[in-house]
Design a binder for this molecule. Structure first.
Ligand code: MG
Length: 304
């Protein structure tokens, strides 16, 4: 088992994007700074997409403008095309993430183009990012199943990942976008990716939609995945299961890893305090469990 795992906090983007009401810019900035204070060093803070389609992210530039630049902290902007990349670069993102969906139908619905066209857009973006000194990574979405096409063959995921790897990404991620994957699939897919892309750093993005998110994260770590996406409080839904639980909760994940002896560099008590703060901001309970149960062994509560 690896001794350390890096956390990419996706709550401020993937998490908040599913909130029904528009969250004030100042609250988003506060959220991000609390996560940084807890020790998170990579955060997906905004998406640079059409604000008419995603009103929650219309303030992407304002969020970036308000964030203090800190050595070693990467503010990640999600982009889906070149226009989005140009906005993220101008806003000062030090890292961008691009999503390419393994299924053509889902890619077409989400991004308005085919998977192949998104791969080509990614290769163009990756070259521009390298030239600008911006870190660039790519996620293969719906890698464990598609709401339109059903099962996705692992060979297809590997084919898309290999095509994307030509852009020399910082890492390749596999995302269980609709939360249907199980641990044996993770083990199998990671083995296939390692064989096809030796030396390529891998990241996992799992959802608790069907309560398999944390088990999938465990399988990923055991298989050698070095980076995991998670959201504080477990906020964020699945766009095709409106009532479903979202991303794996960062504090639940950090609890598991810490007790296993896997270091994340994140302060668990501060994470829990931040999840509780987030509940107050959203005016409802978040799906995470540590926020209710607390840590073990019991620790004195800290301010978020
Ligand atoms: Mg997600």
């Amino acid at each position: 088992m690896q001794r350390s795992v890096e956390i990419l906090e996706v709550g401020p983007r993937d998490g908040l994007q599913n909130e029904p009401g528009v969250v004030p810019t100042a609250t988003k900035v506060d959220f991000i700074q609390r996560a940084v204070a807890a020790g998170i060093r990579r955060l997906e803070v905004a998406s640079f997409v059409n604000p008419k389609r995603v009103p929650q992210m219309a303030d992407a530039e304002d969020v970036l403008k308000a964030l203090p630049r800190r050595e070693g902290v990467h503010y990640v902007g999600l982009v889906l095309n070149r226009k989005g990349f140009d906005r993220a670069a101008a806003a000062g993102c030090t890292e961008i993430g691009m999503a390419v969906v393994a299924s053509d139908t889902f890619n077409q619905r989400n991004q308005g183009v085919s998977t192949r066209e998104s791969i080509d857009a990614w290769l163009d973006i990756a070259a521009a990012a390298h030239a600008a000194g911006i870190r660039a990574q790519v996620t293969v979405s719906a890698a464990f199943g598609c709401p339109f096409e059903g099962e996705i063959a692992p060979e297809r995921v590997v084919e898309v990942a290999v095509a994307c790897a030509q852009g020399q990404p910082h890492e390749v991620a596999i995302a269980d976008t609709i939360g249907v994957g199980v641990p044996s699939q993770v083990t199998d897919l990671v083995a296939r990716l390692k064989a096809a892309l030796p030396g390529m750093p891998l990241r996992g993005h799992f959802h608790n939609t069907r309560n398999t998110g944390l088990a999938n994260a465990y399988a990923a770590v055991e298989a050698g995945v070095g980076v995991l996406d998670a959201s504080i409080g477990g906020i964020g839904g699945c766009p095709f299961a409106p009532a479903a639980t979202g991303n794996i909760p960062t504090e639940d994940l950090v609890y598991m890893l810490r007790r296993m002896g896997v270091e994340t560099g994140v302060d668990l008590e501060r994470l829990i305090a931040t999840a509780r703060w987030l509940q107050d901001q959203l005016g409802r309970n978040v799906p995470g469990l540590l926020v209710k149960a607390g840590s073990f062994p019991a620790q004195p509560a800290v301010a978020a």
